[in-house]
Structure formats: structure tokens, C-alpha cells
Design a protein around this ligand. Structure first.
Ligand code: 4AD
Ligand code: MG
Length: 475
């Protein structure tokens, strides 16, 4: 019987003859192989009788060699495992030169592991992260599917800048050494592949809105691309985003949906991968011990996740958030690097203060000044703010960004003009407001920031297999 390690460890196959394949983590005393196949963060102990194996074969059981082991599964005599495999046959499927193999059975820095991202799947940490990443994907689809949302594929190549922030990667087949020019001596994109200039999408929102205006409840889950030159622990140039869009929803319902979704998917991941969560919890604890006392987080990973699932998020307006910051002793002692006044874009130090110091829980901030938000957000009656909503999470900052959308044609047109968003090109977006418009709202959840939150990983480069960041496109 061919089995994966996760199945074997459940203990249902004791006294059965089985075959298992995987990669050697360690080989002790010419006798004990710790075998891992990535289906669990636990290894299977495989016991070989070195008297029965020829010595040439024994030498080939090295760290990271790929092997197949056959034999009888027995209840373990030793501590630390329920079952072990008494192997009567070992087959080497793929040799691994121990001298050359860069991953030794010891702790490596995350920075080093990033340089060997093609091999880091084989570490406990990245095994756990990737299993959790998978559980979160499954949880997100389950959440929306159970609630009658349709999953929509929005285009990856797009001609419009959905966020209006101009942070796009161009897509072109033009010869860069010999660019065609028009009479104004500008690049002639009419000769480009699509007959116009095109980019990788920064968001599927605008197309999701089109779908929601007919199908009522939709969500996207796709890759998005931002050419922002941000070298931080929270930014990627290529990341995955979940964007639900719901007809007839207003801002409060939008916030309710986002809060419910976050709690659901976090619980879902904890239920699916308890061992991985526990492993990352202790990993984080070790890491925190390296920090000075006052920088350590007050809660462990499991404690934090349970807390988030079981408590209401705080809800405040942007104006209230600014007041809290201005009243804080942190501000009075001039501890913020960036200035605080109504109208500023909240900096990450401000967000972290609100979430980690002041409220000590996730915070939903609504009604931001219109000048710091995108053109599509619904204008409030005060003429100054829009029905925007960001969710700030401890240790992460902004994890969700969303809004109620401007459904009134005249207001939208006026805002697009003020913000120099091309109205002709985006006739299709405006058409929605002409033909049966209605209130609607949605948000974007940055998938990697969610994975960071659930795994407790400090750097976003460690929660996606192959991170794309400025000056880095390896693998
Ligand atoms: O706030 P953003 O830019 O909002 C939108 O794109 C809207 N169209 C969403 C919507 O209303 N449908 O991005 C949404 C989320 C952020 O809150 C953040 O979690 C994540 O996407 N995000 C990034 N994650 C990693 N790297 C980056 N460079 C990110 N930029 C945004
Ligand atoms: Mg945002």
C-alpha cells in the first residue's frame, strides 16, 4: 500500500505492509531515517537494519536524498512518535550530495533561505507556511461559495489603471530598440499587440463591479501587480488579491462581510492545519526571545488568532483615528516620525499605534478624506470624505482596503474629471451608472498579508513561494 506520511501518522495502518516515499531530513546512527514528504510537518521515523543493507546503499541515504521505503508499520517503541516503519527495503530515487546540498539540518536565516527559494519548501517553516497558504485559499473559496458568491475571472492584462495610482507594469511586444513613433514623436501604441497601450492589472475591482451589476454577489481571486518601488516587509510587486463585490451593499454591510470573512478563514486554517499553527507559534516565540522586552508582542500566535476570531473588530472613522493620534502621549512626546493632521494618509507607524498600542485588536477605519482615496469611492454628504474602509491588523497594518462605490453618474463623472481619470476610455465603467445603477460595495484582501497574519511571519517575502520585489525576479 502506497501512503503519504500524513495518512501513516494517523495510526490506522499499524501492522500493515506499506510503501512510502519522501526526502530524508536526517539519518542517525546508520539506523534512523527522519523522512518527510511535505504532507505533514511531522517526519516519519524509518528504521533500517544496517546489517541487512549493503554499505554502498547506506552511504546514499543522505540529507535530502529522495527515497522510497517499504516494510511494516509498527507502534513506536521510542518517544516522540506514535508509529514507525521497519523497513525491509530502501530504494534511492534521487541521490543528494551532502557536501553540495545547501540546506543542512540546522537553523538557517530567513534571508539565506530566500536565496535558495527553490529548496526552502523542504524546511519545516516553509512546509507549514505553504500548507497554511493552501488552507487559506480553500477557506476563502468555501466562505464565498457557501454564501452564494460567484467566482469571476477578471483580466490579467488590462488597459485601465483601476486604482488610478499609475503603478503599472507595461505589457508590450514592441521592439524596445526601435520604438515606432507617431507624428507627435510619441510612442505609437497603435502598432502594439493590442493596438493600444496595456498593462498588468493592479486590481480586478472594476470588472468585478461590472459582474456584480448583473450577478449580485461575486468575488475574484487573482494575481495583481504593482510597480511601486516599496522595499518593505509588506509589499510585493506581484501579489494575490481577493475582491468581493456586492450589489445593494452599503459601507457597514461591506465591513460586516470583511470582518466575518477574516474570522471565518482564520478559524478554517486553524482547524485544517493545527500542527502547522503550533509549529509556527513556537517558532515565533523563539524569534521574539531575540528581541528586547519592549518590542516583543504581548500574545503568541495561537493566542492572537483566537483573540481575533472571538472579538469584535473596533470600528472608527478616519476623523476619530486622527483625534486619537493627536491625543496620544506618543504624539505629545513627538514619537511619530510623520506629522499627524486631518488629511494625511495614515502612515504605517500611525496604523500600528492604533492597532497595537491603543485598541490592541483589528480596527476598521472608515470615511477617509476623498483626496487620499481612489476616484470610484462613494462621496459622503460632508463633501470632504468618502465611504472608504480599511481594516488594520496587528503586526500587519492595512490588510483589507475597500469602499462603497460611487453609483451616481454625475458625481462619478465629476470626480473622475477632478482626478484626471480618462472618462472616454472608461465608458464601460460609466455605462453601469447609466443602465440600472444601484448601490454596491466591495473590498480587496491582500492574500499574502493574510498569510503573514496567520503564520506570524514578519516578512511578506516568506509567505509566497517566489517573491517579486524591486530588483528581484529570481526563479
Ligand atoms: O488598498 P488596495 O490598493 O485596494 C484595491 O486594490 C481595491 N481595488 C480593492 C477593492 O476595493 N476591491 O489593495 C487592497 C489590499 C490592501 O489592503 C493590501 O492588503 C493588499 O491589497 N496590497 C498589497 N499586498 C502586497 N503587496 C502590495 N504591494 C500590496 N498593495 C496592496
Ligand atoms: Mg489601500
Amino acid at each position: 500500500m502506497k501512503l503519504n506520511i500524513v495518512e501513516i501518522l494517523k495510526g490506522n495502518y499499524i501492522e500493515k505492509e506499506i510503501v512510502v516515499s519522501g526526502w530524508v531530513r536526517t539519518f542517525r546512527n546508520n539506523q534512523f531515517i527522519a523522512l518527510n514528504d511535505g504532507t505533514s510537518n511531522q517526519n516519519l521515523q524509518v528504521i533500517v537494519d544496517f546489517n541487512k543493507l549493503d554499505s554502498a546503499l547506506l552511504k546514499r541515504i543522505t540529507t535530502s536524498a529522495c527515497i522510497s521505503a517499504s516494510g511494516k508499520l509498527v507502534a513506536s517503541q521510542g518517544k516522540g512518535q506514535l508509529v514507525e516503519l521497519i523497513a525491509n527495503k530502501i530504494e534511492i530515487l534521487g541521490d543528494s550530495d551532502a557536501e553540495e546540498y545547501p540546506l543542512q539540518p540546522k537553523k538557517h536565516s530567513l534571508e539565506f533561505l530566500r536565496e535558495i527559494a527553490h529548496l526552502r519548501f523542504r524546511t519545516n517553516t516553509f512546509g507549514s507556511i505553504n500548507r497554511l497558504r493552501n488552507a487559506l485559499i480553500f477557506g476563502i473559496h468555501t466562505f464565498f461559495q457557501d454564501r452564494g458568491f460567484l467566482n469571476i475571472h477578471t483580466p490579467i492584462i488590462s488597459a485601465s489603471d483601476a486604482e488610478g495610482a499609475g503603478e503599472m507594469f507595461r505589457v508590450t511586444t514592441l521592439d524596445l530598440d526601435n520604438l515606432p513613433k507617431n507624428e507627435q514623436n510619441e510612442i505609437d501604441f497603435s502598432q502594439d499587440f493590442f493596438g493600444r497601450s496595456s498593462n498588468l492589472t493592479v486590481s480586478g475591482q472594476l470588472e468585478a463591479e461590472l459582474a456584480a451589476m448583473a450577478l449580485s454577489k461575486v468575488y475574484t481571486f487573482g494575481p495583481t501587480f504593482r510597480a511601486e518601488n516599496s522595499n518593505t516587509t509588506r509589499h510585493l510587486a506581484e501579489f494575490w488579491m481577493i475582491e468581493p463585490e456586492v450589489a445593494f451593499n452599503e459601507l457597514k454591510e461591506n465591513a460586516d462581510l470583511a470582518e466575518e470573512m477574516l474570522k471565518y478563514v482564520i478559524q478554517f486554517a486553524m482547524d485544517k492545519c493545527p500542527d502547522d499553527i503550533l509549529f509556527l507559534d513556537s517558532r515565533l516565540l523563539e524569534e521574539e526571545k531575540q528581541k528586547p522586552q519592549n518590542e516583543r508582542s504581548e500574545m503568541g500566535l495561537v493566542e492572537k488568532l483566537n483573540f481575533v476570531v472571538n472579538n469584535n473588530f473596533e470600528r472608527i472613522t478616519y476623523t476619530e483615528a486622527i483625534d486619537i493620534l493627536l491625543q496620544s502621549s506618543h504624539y505629545k512626546k513627538k514619537k511619530f516620525k510623520f506629522d499627524v493632521k486631518w488629511g494625511i494618509d495614515l502612515q504605517s507607524e500611525h496604523e500600528r499605534f492604533l492597532v497595537e498600542k491603543h485598541f490592541k485588536k483589528p480596527v476598521i477605519v472608515t470615511d477617509y478624506p476623498k483626496d487620499i482615496k481612489a476616484f470610484y469611492m462613494r462621496q459622503n454628504d460632508d463633501g470632504k470624505t468618502v465611504a472608504a474602509m480599511d481594516i488594520l491588523a496587528p503586526g500587519i497594518g492595512e490588510i483589507v482596503g475597500g469602499s462603497q462605490r460611487e453609483e451616481r453618474l454625475d458625481k462619478l463623472l465629476q470626480r473622475m474629471k477632478e482626478m484626471n481619470v480618462p472618462t472616454e476610455e472608461m465608458y464601460w465603467y460609466l455605462d453601469l451608472r447609466k443602465f440600472g445603477t444601484c448601490k454596491h460595495a466591495g473590498f480587496g484582501l491582500g492574500f499574502e498579508r493574510l498569510v503573514q497574519f496567520v503564520t506570524g511571519m514578519g516578512n511578506i517575502r516568506d509567505v509566497i513561494p517566489f517573491p517579486r520585489t524591486p530588483k528581484n525576479c529570481e526563479f
